[in-house]
Design a binder for this molecule. Structure first.
Ligand code: ZN
Length: 405
């Protein structure tokens, strides 16, 4: 195929100032969107260029999942891998995300007892893949009887609490981080373990002074910092210490939502789990949007769903991957629609907002001239109108068709 082609669609949901364009067309040139307009205008202007006809389908930006653990935690939880086959499984998991319409990921590298890999190893594993991956390097505290701490710069070796606040280690983590993912775990995490295995999940690990110290190191390097946080006291600490992005924010109070909005803090909501508390409800996510907080929805995959989630039904014992992003987002996106929000604003929660969080909104996250041609061809708007991956008919990355159903 020629480097230049036209995509014709029933509707293009651009998630940009253009809004939704009915009977629209995209002109793609060398992997970049050259023009978006009405089909009849593009046709007249470029009569000689090949057309791919998707006039029964909706085109949207490729989905962006900004909080996942697909390369570090997932391979050993899902497959009988060894050190040598770890990234083979990782790539298969990433392919599954791509086939679910996701063209950009925000991966966490936390440090893991079974993974003796460097940050470069993770970067190399995805370099040639047709998907954009940003990495957040982090430390992590797991809520076992004896708290266990790891960091992305000390690989599989456990560290002490003192190491977590050590300036040179924190600086090294911060330097390697591409974007404000869950750089620190303010509360000990339950991770993938059952409540009896992690009795100390939720425990606040840092004093306010320690949080300020860590946050300052990121800011001195000109970087924003994100935190895994849940519960009123943990969130209070995060807001006081100048943490820029709250991941989860389960159990946030109404007062704290106002404070987060005033402080221009962003939130990454994880509606199936991720902390010791009940995850973000659709009502909770609606409140964030009403307060103009930039909010992204993410799966935190692979995770077992929180035990009682009234707004999502997953069979007990399953662990849920990024292929469930649309399903997980659906109840919140529906509620936003009932509250009168435009489909572009709603779709931004799994496209433009996470792209901005990762600092890549000039590359992707919306459809407009000059951006990468990363888009999804689907039977409806992902997450809002469709929830099943089979309803995604094609995925394009930098102008190349990489998924076809
Ligand atoms: Zn996480």
């Amino acid at each position: 195929m020629d480097n230049k082609y036209i995509i014709k669609a029933k509707k293009i949901v651009t998630v940009s100032e253009l809004g939704s364009v009915k009977d629209g067309a995209l002109l793609i040139n060398n992997g970049i969107i050259a023009e978006i307009s009405k089909w009849e205008d593009i046709r007249v202007k470029y009569p000689e260029i090949d057309v791919i006809d998707y006039s029964n389908f909706i085109i949207t930006p490729g989905l962006v999942e900004c909080h996942t653990h697909l390369l570090e935690f997932a391979p050993t939880s899902l497959y009988p891998v060894t050190q040598d086959t770890h990234f083979l499984a990782g790539q298969m998991i990433i392919f599954k995300a791509l086939s679910s319409g996701i063209t950009a990921l925000g991966e966490q590298v936390c440090g893991h007892p079974l993974c003796d890999f460097s940050i470069e190893d993770y970067r190399n594993a995805v370099e040639a893949l047709p998907i954009d991956v940003s990495f957040a390097t982090t430390s992590i505290s797991i809520g076992f009887e004896q708290l266990a701490h790891f960091t992305s710069v000390t690989k599989s070796r456990a560290v002490t609490k003192a190491d977590l606040i050590d300036s040179s280690i924190v600086r090294e983590i911060a330097r390697n981080s591409d974007y404000p993912g869950e750089n620190i775990f303010i509360n000990a995490t339950p991770a993938n373990f059952t409540a009896t295995e992690v009795p100390r999940a939720g425990e606040v690990i840092y004093s306010l002074e320690e949080l300020k110290h860590i946050s300052n190191i990121y800011h001195q390097l000109g970087k924003r910092i994100g935190a895994h946080v849940a519960g009123e006291s943990g969130i209070e600490g995060a807001l006081e210490a100048g943490i820029d992005v709250l991941h989860h924010a389960h159990g946030i109070t109404d007062e704290q939502i106002k404070k987060a909005a005033n402080n221009k803090v962003e939130i990454v909501a994880t509606p199936i789990g991720g902390t010791h508390l009940q995850p973000n409800s659709p009502e909770n996510i609606l409140q964030f949007v009403k307060h103009n907080i930039p909010v992204s929805i993410s799966t935190d995959a692979y995770l077992p769903p929180f035990e009682e989630i009234p707004w999502a039904t997953f069979p007990k014992g399953t662990i849920v991957g990024p292929d469930a992003l649309m399903l997980i987002s659906h109840p919140s996106m529906q509620l936003l629609k009932q509250n009168g929000y435009d489909e572009n604003t709603i779709l931004a929660l799994i496209t433009l907002n996470p792209a901005r969080l990762m600092g890549k909104e000039k590359q992707f996250g919306s459809l407009k001239a000059g951006l990468e041609a990363n888009f999804v061809v689907a039977e409806g708007i992902p997450g809002l109108e469709i929830k099943e991956v089979d309803q995604i008919k094609a995925v394009y990355y930098k102008g190349k068709q990489v998924i076809k159903r």
